[in-house]
Design a protein around this ligand. Structure first.
Ligand code: NAP
Length: 536
């Protein structure tokens, strides 16, 4: 065996998995496609990239000395600062030495005779292939890492430069004096648009589905706030540990329609001004009662109409296909106001779909828009894409793509029946993208490493969920979604709707981070009920 554990990924989850495994005495090989650590924060360096969860929450909690020694400069950290933080963590815990960087995973098979996984890789720059073996295989591959490159006719014929927000060049391209076309208006596009509009000569934004976006009132933390954050960190983490989204923030104390109209508006204004994703959770029933959702939705739509001068453009920017918050709510720095600029134009692709990309630009049913540069902010094959691209196969030949042909079947969103000793951090069936991803990764990694240590202690070689236990969890995940308005968002990547041919199933666990954590703890407390532990 090359190591006890192979970890794929050097983002928040992968780095912590390596750190935790090493600290318990397990040997680890980390594999990462990028030349350095960072995961999503390595690749997504497009202009305006910034986290929509407050910096002091979107950071590791596992080491009090780390927490106390790192100072976040702003309320919402920008990509370079988050990347600097992850580099600092890698240095501080000497994690890089466990990794091979610039290496792509091209396949993985469970070798029953050897009692573990054989992971095949290709060196991205040299091209050589290698094989590595380990008893346990941790896929910390990220929920939003498999880039969606839409198959638009003529894309290869475009004469100008093409960039993807999710794979932005390390050297920022110079867009001054350029006519830029940007396709995609999710969180990435919405963050990039105001900055690109300020650089480019002209910007045409091609919107297939409008999204709700809340202004991000970002600002530097004052020295006094930084001191107080350090002092209150243990309490802040205690409040987050079992909270529904893994942050210390709750909702308004009354349901939307129990508050009188003035009180409702005041609560909405407060959340609007606080900014970020919290607006999606102003009222406790906002994501389960359509009438409560309407209250928040109408408030947000009113703000769009106030900001955007042209009523036709404002109407196009208002979503028509989902209750607010049922697609990931976006956060922005002046997105709507950008459409008041003379050099910016919105093209509603629902009225005039793209026919083709042509050498000189983008041709829709109504016109050809000349572009020197095309920016694709077209998202990801989310939650499952990075895993199904590896398509691991188990001891009885079962392949992940077949096991998940009718949608992801998992145990706790962490394990897959038919694939022993394999763990999917932030996988479908876990709260993942609905929670604070950093604390979520810590909870899952701790659970996984504890299971590995227990297996070692008991002389167990294989750990695998029973099919009925995985079916029961998958059913529970579906029921949790049914109690919310999430499934009503017909164009959501939560449902896989952005990828042609992908089974439409609400993939994250909507029961809440705290509830999920209790489920994980209960399974461990009951001697891993639901798992088959096999000794050779
Ligand atoms: P996204 O939300 O999936 O948005 C992709 C956009 O591209 C959508 O508007 C989509 O339209 C459009 N699109 C895709 N294929 C297209 C095609 N063939 N033709 C025209 N339009 C097309 O992806 P994202 O913006 O990268 O964000 C993904 C997630 O990453 C976010 O929801 C969030 O969780 C995370 N993120 C967070 C932050 C932050 O913390 N602030 C920033 C960026 C990303 P449809 O909706 O019609 O499919």
């Amino acid at each position: 065996m090359t190591a006890d554990v192979i970890v794929i990924g050097a983002g928040f989850a992968g780095l912590y998995a390596v750190r935790r495994a090493v600290s318990t005495g397990l040997s680890v090989l980390g594999i990462e496609a990028a030349p350095d650590v960072g995961g999503t924060w390595y690749w997504n360096r497009y202009p305006g990239a910034r986290c929509d969860v407050e910096s002091v929450d979107y950071s590791y909690s596992f080491d009090e000395a780390l927490q106390q020694s790192w100072t976040w400069s702003e309320r919402f950290a920008a990509q370079p600062e988050i990347l600097a933080y992850l580099r600092h963590v890698a240095d501080r815990f000497d994690l890089r030495r466990h990794y091979r960087f610039g290496v792509d995973v091209i396949g993985a098979e469970f070798d029953q005779e050897a009692g573990g996984w054989r992971v095949r890789t290709r060196d991205i720059s040299q091209g050589g292939e290698s094989s590595h073996a380990a008893q346990f295989f941790v896929c910390a591959t990220g929920c939003l890492s498999a880039v969606n490159r839409p198959d638009i006719p003529g894309a290869d014929d475009f004469a100008g430069d093409v960039y993807f927000t999710a794979a932005w060049p390390r050297e920022d391209p110079d867009l001054r004096g350029k006519r830029v076309g940007l396709i995609g208006t999710g969180s990435s596009g919405i963050q990039a648009v105001p900055i690109i509009a300020g650089q480019a000569e002209r910007l045409v934004v091609f919107q297939r589905s409008a999204n709700y976006s809340i202004p991000m009132p970002n600002r530097p933390w004052s020295a006094e706030e930084q001191r107080r954050i350090r002092e209150e960190y243990p309490e802040r983490r205690r409040m987050s540990a079992y909270a529904s989204a893994g942050t210390p923030h709750g909702t308004y104390h009354k349901k939307a329609l129990e508050a009188d109209p003035d009180e409702r508006i005041e609560a909405l204004w407060r959340r609007w001004r606080e900014g970020g994703v919290l607006f999606a959770k102003t009222f406790p029933d906002q994501n389960s009662d359509p009438a409560a959702n309407d209250v928040a939705r109408e408030f947000a739509e009113e703000r769009i109409r106030e900001i955007v001068h042209d009523p036709v453009v404002a109407a196009d920017l208002i979503p028509v296909d989902h209750p607010i918050g049922t697609k990931r709510i976006c956060t922005d720095a002046g997105y709507y106001a950008t459409f008041n600029r003379d050099n910016v134009r919105l093209v509603n692709l629902r009225r005039e779909p793209i026919d083709a990309i042509v050498p000189e630009g983008v041709r829709t049913g109504a016109a050809t828009y000349p572009c020197d540069v095309l920016v694709f902010a077209t998202g990801f094959d989310a939650l499952t894409g990075a895993l199904t691209r590896i398509d691991p196969s188990g001891p009885r030949g079962a392949r992940l793509r077949d096991i998940w042909a009718d949608g992801p079947v998992t145990f706790l969103g962490l394990m897959v029946p038919g694939l022993p000793n394999l763990f999917t951090i932030s996988g479908p069936g876990s709260p993942s993208v609905l929670a604070n991803m950093v604390l979520h990764a810590e909870v899952q990694v701790d659970w996984v490493i504890e299971l590995m240590l227990t297996a070692r202690r008991l002389g167990v070689h294989e750990v695998e969920p029973r099919r009925d236990a995985a079916d029961a969890w998958t059913e529970h995940v579906a029921k949790a979604a049914e109690q919310t308005l999430f499934p009503k968002a017909s164009s959501s990547w939560y449902l896989g709707a952005n990828i042609e041919g992908k089974k439409r199933i609400f993939m994250p666990y909507a029961g809440g981070f705290g509830t999920y954590r209790r489920h994980c703890e209960a399974v461990a407390d009951q001697n891993y009920a639901g798992l088959v532990l096999t000794t050779r």
